[in-house]
Design a protein around this ligand. Structure first.
Ligand SMILES: [Zn+2]
Length: 485
């Protein structure tokens, strides 16, 4: 008996030491520090996408705001730092991702890295389109308290659905009167949007819509699986859902039924969208990136996805055993997805040309969809669809900020939030110039490209550490099971 107690005590001790080592190994790198806080940029071109382009300007930042805009190079800047390195460059408002998902809060502590990736790619504001397991937003808040910089975050918090829940963090409506309670609960928790989800019938969705309106929250969402686009009439449709006919037994939301969508149907969608002033956040990047699963073994180690820790590439996105929606896709599935993707690009262009509102969104954590990087990919897909680059910038800045209700958001004018991007080349002329990003100003704090890149490399070294690399894959599988109801 004594011997057993001794062995147990020993085992507990070993476990405690292992846990301490793991916790130490999972501690993320120290927060990135800004290079400047109060500063003046001289001889820069200020671009308000779709509105104005003014060369030879001086721009002053104080606190988290644009404090001054003046002519020429010699205007006094007070005691603010004069950042000569950026003379001759282009200043634009920061980008907004209207559909993202922060990682779950767990011992892997990935939140600060997701925040960093967004900044490093010029994304200064995100809308979190629901917290999968209900731990992500608390982890986001904690990372901020720990001093990690991150984009302004607006969020829907929980999914609102009817019927069997898919995610751990889902509010299920059983009767229309549940809608008001649900929305008030979301609002009390700081949410600014309501994410409609599967199973909502028309009466439930209608009361949810009225409850969201009454409480001043935006209704966005999946067109519930039991309704069509024109039945649901969601104010901001995500992922171009509800357009293709419902396919009983279908499993790939991205392509099911799209082989039956013809140009007449696309025109009909444009008509409904205009008539009801609906917006679309198409998240075209998901389709493009899911297609990489067709050659999964080759693509999981490709340089373009190297920013994702190995546990995502090896476990979460693994077609055998990762996200259940993408398991076992056949070559016919990929062919259908390719066709669906072409039609969605065509629809995006038709919606744009008809004057309908579009937004840039990514759905981070879907296969090979990486925070920050995916928003730039979505911009390139808008360009591929035939939407002019400057219009895409306008969508991704001022128009999104207006939808989120940020006063003067997405503009470069005195008093506006100092969320700015500094490029060596003009990214409204060619999206290749996105690579010439030199600095990101986040709420008045300037981070240089070098420091952002160095910090990303520091995280990559952290993820590649022996203990993190081995344990994270196991923990990622557990987190996947936890997020799914
Ligand atoms: Zn999503």
């Amino acid at each position: 008996m004594k011997r057993l107690i001794r062995i147990s005590a020993y085992a507990v001790g070993v476990l405690a030491v292992c846990a301490a080592i793991a916790a130490w190994q999972f501690r993320p790198p120290a927060p990135l520090k800004p290079a400047a806080t109060e500063f003046v940029l001289r001889e820069v071109t200020l671009i308000n996408p779709g509105r104005s382009r003014e060369a030879h300007k001086i721009l002053g930042v104080r606190g988290d705001r644009i404090a001054a805009i003046a002519e020429g190079v010699n205007a006094p800047g007070g005691d603010a730092a004069d950042l000569a390195a950026y003379r001759g460059m282009y200043v634009l408002p920061g980008l907004i991702d209207m559909h993202t998902h922060l990682p779950p809060g767990n011992p892997l502590k990935l939140t600060s890295y997701f925040m960093l990736l967004n900044i490093a790619h010029g994304v200064t504001t995100v809308r979190d389109a629901a917290d999968l397991d209900g731990t992500a937003l608390a982890a986001r808040a904690q990372a901020e308290r720990d001093g990690y910089p991150g984009p302004r975050t607006f969020y829907c918090n929980a999914f609102v659905s009817a019927g069997p829940p898919e995610w751990a963090n889902e509010i299920t409506l059983r009767a229309p009167e549940d809608a008001e309670i649900a929305v008030q609960k979301l609002k009390a928790g700081g949410a600014s949007c309501v994410k409609a989800y599967d199973g909502l019938t028309l009466p439930l969705l209608d009361t949810l819509r009225r409850a969201a309106d009454r409480n001043g929250l935006a209704l966005i969402g999946h067109v519930p699986d039991v309704l069509s686009y024109e039945e649901a009439l969601l104010p901001d449709v995500q992922h171009m859902m509800g357009i293709a006919p419902r396919m009983p037994g279908g499993h790939l939301m991205l392509s099911d039924g799209w082989d039956r969508v013809d140009d007449a149907r696309l025109r009909q969608i444009v008509g409904v969208t205009l008539q009801h002033h609906m917006a679309n956040t198409p998240t075209l990047v998901i389709g493009q990136q899911v297609l990489l699963l067709e050659s999964y073994e080759r693509n999981k180690d490709a340089p373009q996805v190297a920013l994702a820790p190995r546990m995502y590439r090896d476990a979460v996105w693994n077609p055998d055993g990762g996200l259940w929606k993408y398991r076992g896709m056949t070559s016919e599935d990929f062919a259908r997805l390719r066709t669906a993707q072409e039609k969605k690009l065509r629809l995006a262009r038709m919606l744009f040309e008809a004057g309908a509102q579009l937004y840039l969104g990514t759905d981070t954590q879907q296969p090979f969809v990486i925070a920050g990087q995916a928003l730039q990919q979505e911009m390139r897909l808008f360009a591929k669809a035939g939407i002019p680059i400057e219009a895409t910038w306008e969508i991704g800045t001022r128009q999104s900020a207006a939808a989120l209700g940020i006063p003067q958001g997405g503009t470069i004018e005195v008093g506006a939030p100092a969320d700015l991007l500094i490029f060596r080349e003009d990214p409204t002329k060619s999206l290749d110039a996105l690579d010439s990003l030199q600095a990101v100003v986040l709420q008045g704090r300037l981070y240089t490209r070098e420091s952002l890149d160095a910090k990303v490399r520091e995280y990559q070294a952290h993820f590649n550490g022996f203990v993190f690399d081995r344990l994270s894959t196991v923990l990622a599988k557990a987190a996947l099971r936890k997020a799914i109801h």
